[in-house]
Design a protein around this ligand. Structure first.
Ligand code: UDP
Length: 351
């Protein structure tokens, strides 16, 4: 069986790293990199460090508006699909690359298999929510990570094409943690004691939000390591020039092993990232989610992950709340989502 997999952004490279190692033993895989994330720090480092197979196609499409990017990727993926004639299309998550790949495939009657299906924030103001909803509705196989997706899939009449597989981010966390440690922390000169911050959602890129988050981080009892995403790099630079915030250690985006080392060794995590809040949970680190919407409700137990407005006082209050970890509670599966994804993809027909 021939599978075309479309990836384009950092979190998808990580999921692909976890899945491809096993998927390629079962199926012929053609890997398409759309180019949505393209530079050394946001793309190459993941392929090198995580031993992800070289893409068979590099579409080189990035930047511009949502519509332009989605449309350009659709047209380019269509050409690949017409040439390769695969039996399935595999996509992860909720980026423009996910949606564009899914739309191109389903119009050619190629069944779409979507990993991380059924996630809903409940607002169309989140650009990824639009991608999630549309991708799920044109998919023939919806693979969901945790039980909390099931009610959404049922409410949208999608449940009969859905299967619970666990979270490939958990597979990646378990497998790659063994390679993540002091070596990567030394490379970025991380201090002995530190907090770990990532913050770059489109909805959060206002002067007020970024200033409040940096102000909160700056006032903590240890430095905060902050790999700055290209999306808000210039805004962050501008704000730091004005306010100083010397206790926030800004670094360029780091590779996944460094991000894991930061997560495993930090005091606490502050983030608006869908992936990092789960990794904090896996690493048993307390997380404050800098966002207005719950993404992964199963993490919001015993103060392990709490929503905070992008306001200094709220962030500091949530960071000081007591946390408890119940190790018997494992909502993200058994760390082998990849095998379940491969098995589920065996029998899929266009719905
Ligand atoms: N990450 C990384 N380098 C960084 C920041 C984050 O490798 O400089 C990893 C992080 O550990 C997580 C993933 O990237 O696995 C999250 O990606 P992102 O926040 O871009 O996307 P989201 O998870 O919000 O979809």
């Amino acid at each position: 069986m021939k599978v075309v997999t479309v990836v384009g952004a950092r979190p998808q490279f990580i999921k692909e790293a976890a899945v491809a190692r096993k998927l390629r033993r079962a199926y012929d895989e053609i890997l398409v990199h759309t180019g949505q994330h393209y530079d050394e720090n946001m793309s190459d480092v993941f392929f090198d460090e995580l031993d992800i197979p070289r893409p068979d196609y590099n579409l080189g499409i990035s930047g511009s508006s949502h519509a332009k990017m989605t449309g350009s990727i659709m047209a380019a993926v269509e050409e690949v699909l017409l040439r390769e004639r695969p039996d399935r299309l595999l996509v992860y998550g909720d980026t423009n690359s996910t949606l564009a790949g899914a739309l191109a495939a389903v119009k050619l009657h190629i069944p779409v298999c979507h990993v991380e299906a059924g996630l809903r924030l409940g607002t169309l103001s989140n650009p990824e929510e639009i991608n999630r909803i549309c991708t799920d509705h044109v998919s023939s196989l919806l693979m969901y990570c945790t039980e909390s997706a099931a009610p959404h899939l049922k409410a949208e009449s999608l449940f009969d094409r859905s299967v619970l597989v666990g979270d490939p981010m958990y597979d990646a966390f378990i497998y790659f943690s063994q390679y993540a440690g002091r070596r990567q922390l030394n490379e970025i000169q991380a201090p002995e004691k530190f907090y770990y911050l990532t913050f770059h959602r489109e909805e959060n890129c206002s002067i007020e939000s970024v200033t409040a988050v940096l102000d909160a981080a700056n006032s903590l009892d240890a430095p905060t390591v902050y790999p700055v995403h290209p999306r808000n790099r210039s805004l962050v630079e501008e704000i730091c020039e004005q306010h100083g915030f010397q206790n926030v250690l800004r670094v360029p985006p780091v590779g996944y092993l460094t991000s894991l080392a930061l997560t495993l060794n930090c005091e606490k995590v502050l983030t608006d990232s869908g992936g990092l809040q789960r990794e904090a949970f896996f690493a048993e680190k307390q997380c404050v989610l800098l966002f207005n919407y719950i993404c992964w409700p199963e993490t919001m137990v015993d103060n392990r992950n709490q929503l905070a407005n992008c306001e200094k006082e709220d962030i500091l209050t949530k960071l000081s709340a007591p946390m408890k970890v119940d190790r018997s509670y494992q909502p993200f599966g058994d760390g082998d989502a990849a095998s379940k994804i491969i098995a589920a993809m065996q029998h899929v027909t266009l719905k």
